[in-house]
Design a protein around this ligand. Structure first.
Ligand code: SF4
Length: 440
């Protein structure tokens, strides 16, 4: 032991699962702890505090937390003052139950309590007692400054949190609480501050961004316009939008501010069958969705769409699944994110009795990917010989990597790093997710 490096007394390591919200929350936790004299470290064995920022969207979430905690048993034996906590959606969902189920845990911090983390952790350490802080704050306005230790070229900015939609498959309303929006002026000031730290592109983030509503200051279209007009940011993206809240006003703002607002739209459909959509409580039919897609392409002819799809939702027949397959012929999705349905605690769909057998779900998922892969390959070919504007984010071994306004990853050779610059690139070779080209 004598020659082994000891973990730093205030070293903190966070392992992160799940969506961009969690990635953002991890960065916030590191920033808050750093302000409290903790030192972020890059591996668990360098830390005396370990936090698992958990996700409850995939299968067996508690089991995943338990097995990660189990991996730290040796460390805990070696350093009895090592504190292990859980944050994120599993923490919010299970609260004190997690401490009972996983005795090695020292604290649980909910999704609405991140700013209390330094206080909770200091109490855990000084009082040597287990703590749970996982209460939703329904009273205060949602006000939060983006905390990023080393902002790069592109940054995420939370504009709203929570969700009121209660899709019958989704646990988010239970783990992230009711929807609340930051004020428009706070978001604008936050984005401007990031630009002053070198950020060129922001992605406005929320579980359901286009239902953003700032008390007396406006809706999401107004926010997009304000961020575009009142800040020096060069590119704006947003995610995730809900089809039922997508309106003409938003399309108009995207069109009139297209010098900054990227034409990439993630528009989760979930299913192509109206009956399944109703059982999912999505608030639109197949026809409604197709009308929204039409409206988008009329206003934004160069728009690029991606979507989320769930296969094997309870009650999904072969014919209903074929409606989802045929949607791929009707809507040009350059990217799809597709998953097999699996029940989540608290959700209505978990109690539906007509669950689809696992093998059927597996087969349908494969058929969906096969169909989309063939289409995506053709779509990619359309990029060949086109000239795209690339915002360069990385430079390694003479190759620049950046993204186009369509959110395509583009690589091109260069003598100069060009990081943070917009470079015009002619595409020579195109694959569904990556394009290669040369500077023009
Ligand atoms: S809109 Fe539906 S799927 Fe999206 S976060 Fe809300 S409840 Fe979940």
């Amino acid at each position: 032991m004598e020659n082994e490096a000891q973990p730093e007394l205030k070293g903190v390591y966070i392992s992160t699962y799940g969506c961009q919200m969690n990635v953002n929350d991890t960065e916030r936790m590191y920033s808050l702890l750093e302000m409290d004299n903790y030192t972020p470290v890059t591996s668990a064995d360098q830390a005396r505090t370990i936090i698992i920022n958990s996700c409850s969207v995939r299968e067996k979430p508690v089991h995943k937390v338990r097995s990660e905690v189990g991996r730290y048993r040796k460390l805990k034996d070696q350093y009895p003052d090592l504190k292990i906590g859980v944050a994120g959606c599993v923490a919010q969902q299970e609260k004190a139950k997690l401490l009972k189920d996983i005795p090695m845990l020292d604290f649980v911090i909910g999704t609405d309590n991140i700013d209390e983390l330094p206080k909770v952790l200091n109490e855990v350490k000084s009082e040597n007692e287990k703590k749970v802080q996982a209460k939703f704050d329904h009273q205060s306005a949602y006000s939060v400054e983006t905390l990023i230790r080393n902002p790069g070229i592109a940054s995420f900015v939370n504009i709203a949190k929570g969700c009121d939609n209660f899709c019958t498959f989704c646990v988010v309303p239970f783990t992230r609480g009711r929807e609340r929006s930051r004020t428009l002026q706070e978001v604008v000031a936050d984005v401007q501050k990031l630009t002053e730290r070198g950020v060129k592109e922001v992605t406005l983030l929320g579980q359901n961004v286009n239902s953003y509503l700032s008390s007396c200051e406006g809706n999401f279209a107004h926010l997009l316009k304000a961020v575009s007009e009142q800040t020096d940011i060069e590119r704006i993206r947003y995610t995730t939008s809900h089809p039922k809240d997508f309106n003409e006003e938003l399309v108009d703002v995207m069109n009139s501010h297209n010098a900054k607002v990227c034409e990439y739209i993630h528009l989760p459909v979930q299913s192509g069958n109206t009956e399944i959509l109703a059982r999912m409580n999505r608030g639109y039919s197949r026809e409604d969705y197709l009308k929204k897609v039409d409206m988008i392409f009329k206003g934004l002819p160069n728009a690029v769409l991606s979507t989320d799809i769930i296969v094997g939702f309870p009650g999904e027949t072969e014919a209903a699944f074929e409606d989802t397959l045929s949607l791929l012929d009707e809507v040009r999705y350059e990217t799809i994110y597709a998953f097999k349905y699996s029940p989540r605690p608290f959700t209505k769909a978990a109690r539906f009795t007509d669950q689809v057998p696992e093998q059927v779900k597996k087969d349908r998922l494969q058929r969906l990917f096969d169909k989309h892969n063939a289409l995506a390959f053709d779509y990619a070919k359309d990029y060949e010989n086109k000239v795209l504007e690339i915002l360069v984010e990385e430079f390694n071994d003479g190759v620049c990597r950046g993204r186009s306004t369509q959110n395509k990853v583009v690589h091109f050779k260069s003598d100069l790093p060009h990081i943070g610059e917009k470079v015009m690139v002619k595409i020579n070779t195109a694959f569904p997710q990556t394009l290669r080209g040369e500077k023009v």
